[in-house]
Design a protein around this ligand. Structure first.
Ligand SMILES: Nc1ncnc2c1ncn2[C@@H]1O[C@H](COP(=O)(O)OP(=O)(O)O)[C@@H](O)[C@H]1O
Ligand SMILES: [Mg+2]
Length: 260
């Protein structure tokens, strides 16, 4: 399997605070990789770094063999890297459907702005159809007309996935996709991410739900204080002493891993 995303010894500092220190991590093309670790271990910062929002103090990030760590966020997005957010914020004035449709304009870019008349209408219809199909798959059809800001936290998570998928990404980075999502929807969310994966999208998923991780991920990388302490299959996590110690606290061990 060829490497799609490579983080090579990346460091990120905020003031005197070392958030990532020499982190190395590879995601193979077509893989589903889980990114785990205690709160504050640097998981979301990894996504910020990959998407161009957190400048590196040192190290390199490569996508499809090309170095991207000095690229602007827009240029990185155009290469086909998209993310969802841990706590998504949505505009108050746009409906769920409008927001989903607007996400695709990032992909069509200037080309779409030059279209006129029937060509413009055809593109709009195609975009609308695709947005509706995605909202349907993500169980958001019933709220498509509501203001995006008014839906539940869990629904916003799903909407974030719909918006990311409108751009047809190669790599989708998900920040705690199940947090706040109703437990009944989690199974469907796994199924949806599998479907996205079958379309050829490589996934990296930050997640605490071990059941979800076991069902979805080929491999897991565990962070502790900004460095990787494990890189293994989900089933091996429970036997990994470093993971139990760091992620879960020495006193709680295996019980916490199951509960988290
Ligand atoms: N923009 C920022 N400025 C200053 N500190 C930050 C910033 N972003 C993250 N941090 C710090 O970096 C550490 C890791 O944060 P984060 O990546 O959000 O962790 P996680 O997602 O694993 O919970 C935390 O201590 C956090 O306070
Ligand atoms: Mg986070």
């Amino acid at each position: 399997m060829s490497a799609l995303l490579e983080l090579d010894g990346i460091a990120i500092h905020y003031g005197g605070n070392i958030v990532l220190s020499g982190l190395a991590l590879t995601v193979g093309s077509g893989e589903i990789v889980g990114l785990l670790g205690p709160n504050g271990s640097g998981k979301s910062t990894v996504l910020n770094a990959v998407t161009g929002f957190a400048p590196l103090a040192s190290g390199e990030i490569r996508f499809d063999g090309q170095r991207i760590d000095r690229f602007s966020p827009q240029r990185i997005a155009q290469l086909g890297i998209r993310r969802t957010f841990q706590l998504p914020s949505m505009p108050a004035r746009m409906s769920v459907l409008e927001l989903t449709m607007a996400a695709s304009s990032e992909r069509h870019g200037i080309g779409a702005a030059l279209l006129r008349g029937p060509a413009m209408r055809a593109l709009e219809q195609k975009t609308r159809d695709r947005a509706r199909a995605l909202l349907d798959e993500l169980k958001l059809a019933a709220v498509a007309h509501l203001p995006a800001a008014s839906i539940s936290g869990g629904q916003k998570k799903l909407l974030g996935i719909a918006c990311a998928m409108m751009t047809e990404p190669k790599l989708l980075l998900l920040d705690e996709p199940t947090a706040g999502v109703h437990p009944n929807l989690r199974g469907e969310l796994v199924a949806e991410l599998r479907r996205i994966h079958r379309l050829g999208v490589t996934l990296m998923v930050i997640e605490h739900d071990m059941h979800f991780i076991r069902e979805l991920c080929d491999r897991c990388v565990v962070l502790d204080r900004g460095a990787a302490i494990a890189n293994c299959k989900p089933a091996e996590l429970e036997r990994n002493r470093r993971v139990l110690d760091a992620y879960l606290g020495r006193a709680h061990g295996r019980r916490s891993l199951e509960a988290s």
